[in-house]
Design a binder for this molecule. Sequence first.
Ligand SMILES: Cc1cc2nc3c(=O)[nH]c(=O)nc-3n(C[C@H](O)[C@H](O)[C@H](O)COP(=O)(O)OP(=O)(O)OC[C@H]3O[C@@H](n4cnc5c(N)ncnc54)[C@H](O)[C@@H]3O)c2cc1C
Length: 218
Amino acid sequence: MRTHLTAGPHALRAHGRRLASVIVIGGGQSGLAMAYALREHGFRPVILEAGKEAVGSWPRYYDSLTLFTPARINSLPGLPFPGDPHRYPARDEVVDYLRTYAARLDCEIRTQTRVTSVLAAEEGFAVDTHDGARHLAPFVVAASGSFDKPHRPDLPGLAGYTGTVLHSADYRNPAPFAGQRVVVVGAANSAVQIAVELARHARVTLATRTPALARRPC
Ligand SMILES: Cc1cc2nc3c(=O)[nH]c(=O)nc-3n(C[C@H](O)[C@H](O)[C@H](O)COP(=O)(O)OP(=O)(O)OC[C@H]3O[C@@H](n4cnc5c(N)ncnc54)[C@H](O)[C@@H]3O)c2cc1C
C-alpha cells in the first residue's frame, strides 16, 4: 500500500510547554470521553472514526433497543444525559446524545477515516488510514470497541445446519422471522430483549447454559 505522510496533526508549544497530540481511534462513547479528558489535561486529540458520524456502534444496534442502564448513569463527562434521569433511554436517544456531545467537543474529528494499521515510529506512532494517509503522533488511544468483530462461536454441527444463523449484531427487528421457529442462544440483555420481541411474531425458545439473569435496575 502506498502511503503519504501528513504532518503530525498537532504538536505545538504554548507557554514553553509542549502540548502533545494524541490520535484517538474510534468516535464512540469511549473515544469521545477520552478526547474530552485529554482536552481537560491540555492535550490536542484528533479522533479518527471509520463511520459517517462519531456516534459509536449505537445506530447499528437493533431498532427496539432500550438501555438496561438508566439515563442518570449514561452521562459522559461535561454533558448530562437529557430528560428524566431515572428512565431507560431508547437507542436513538443515545445516538442523539452522542451526536450532540461530539458537536460540542473541542477537538478535530475525522469521520469516514478507517485506521488500517498502527506502527511504532521514531517519536511515537505512525497511524495509517484506508485512504493511504499516514498520521504521526506521539500517543495513540485505541477506542475502536468490539462491535465490529462479533464473537461467532464454532458450534458443533453448524456447517450442516440448513436454517438461518444470525448473530445478534445483525438483528434489527422481528419482521423477517414472522411465523418461524427461532432458537435464541444466550441469557443476557441482548438475547432476552430479542427473544421477548420475537415471541410476539414467532415460536421462540431461549437456550441458556444457566438460568436467565434478571438484571436489577441500577
Ligand atoms: C445490544 C446492546 C445493548 C447495550 N446496552 C447498553 C446499555 O443499556 N447500557 C450501557 O451502558 N451499555 C450498553 N451496551 C454497551 C455499549 O453499547 C458499549 O459498551 C459501548 O458502545 C462501547 O463504546 P465504545 O466507544 O467503546 O465502542 P463503540 O460504540 O463500538 O465505538 C467504537 C467506534 O470505533 C469505530 N472504529 C472501529 N474500528 C475502527 C477503525 N479501525 N478506525 C476508525 N474507527 C474505528 C467504530 O466505527 C465506532 O464508531 C450495549 C451493547 C449492545 C451491543
